[in-house]
Write a protein that binds this ligand. Structure first.
Ligand SMILES: [Zn+2]
Length: 268
């Protein structure tokens, strides 16, 4: 057993002790949560990050497969102006296209009914897009004018409270985490790994925060190669994301690509 994995095991046990049942149901907080958090804070207290970005060491950006598979990942951020892109989601359901949904806790509160429908559809896996949609920093870095988490403790809260909210509603603890803005420092990425989560980056920027035109979305997706992970958004029905995806998915299927969820192939 390596040093890293011998550290890792007790943390998983601590997570179980911290209010998570054997099938993954967790309380949002409480139990031994504070102890769990303190252990991680202690472990990382002397670490100073040197990098800040979307692809710092430890962020996984591709599928772990040599087959002609690609993954569509869709973020739901829970910001003030968020909606629900039913046109996009109805299309995926109708056409039987699997996807991985990164959902923020605030979005769940805003769209509880839609969340339940998506969470109970086996086409989709629900993953963690954080509790308050903060960039993932151990020392308060910011990006696009959005303040990141300011400490290791805040990183733990942002990740774990989001994960526990999802687990408490679905009975399944998320495997993957993607921060608000998808920015990280490399120490925060290690914190997430110690907590048992993989950081899901991406290899194709599909809609640039739902700002792309239909043609830009389509062109971005049509650059896909085997193993690519596409990031788009399902929270902006006013955008042209849905049209762009619908156009590209048909063409990608013609080219022989198979859509998978992240956990179907795993990430590297
Ligand atoms: Zn987001």
């Amino acid at each position: 057993m390596s040093v890293k994995s011998s550290f890792f095991m007790p943390l998983v046990l601590l997570a179980v002790m911290a209010g998570c049942g054997p099938t993954g149901q967790c309380q949002e907080t409480g139990g031994d949560y504070e102890k769990f958090k303190e252990t991680i804070i202690l472990r990382f207290k002397d670490r100073v990050p040197r990098q800040w970005g979307e692809t710092v060491p430890g962020v996984k950006t591709k599928l772990n497969s040599t087959k002609k598979v690609i993954a569509l990942t869709l973020d739901a951020c829970g910001s003030k102006n968020d909606g629900y892109d039913s046109r996009l989601m109805d299309y995926l359901i109708r056409e039987n296209i699997p996807a991985t949904l990164f959902i923020n806790a605030r979005w769940i509160d805003k769209y509880p009914r839609e969340f339940k429908v998506l969470a109970t559809n086996s086409l989709f896996e629900i993953e963690n897009h954080g509790f308050a949609h903060k960039p993932c920093s151990v020392n308060g870095r910011s990006i696009y004018g959005i303040n990141g988490t300011s400490s290791v403790g805040e990183v733990v809260d942002e990740i774990e409270k989001g994960a526990r909210k999802i687990a408490s509603l679905t009975g399944r603890k998320p495997l993957y985490y993607r921060s608000g803005t998808a920015y990280y420092d490399e120490v925060a990425v290690e914190v997430a790994a110690e907590m048992g989560y993989q950081i899901a980056g991406f290899s194709i920027l599909g809609d640039a925060g739902a700002s792309y035109s239909q043609e830009q979305v389509r062109n971005a997706l049509l650059r896909a190669e085997p193993g690519d992970v596409i990031i788009c958004h399902m929270n902006h029905p006013e955008s042209e994301t849905a049209e762009g995806i619908i156009e590209a998915v048909g063409e990608l299927k013609k080219r022989g690509f198979i859509f998978v969820r992240l956990s179907d192939s795993g990430m590297k």
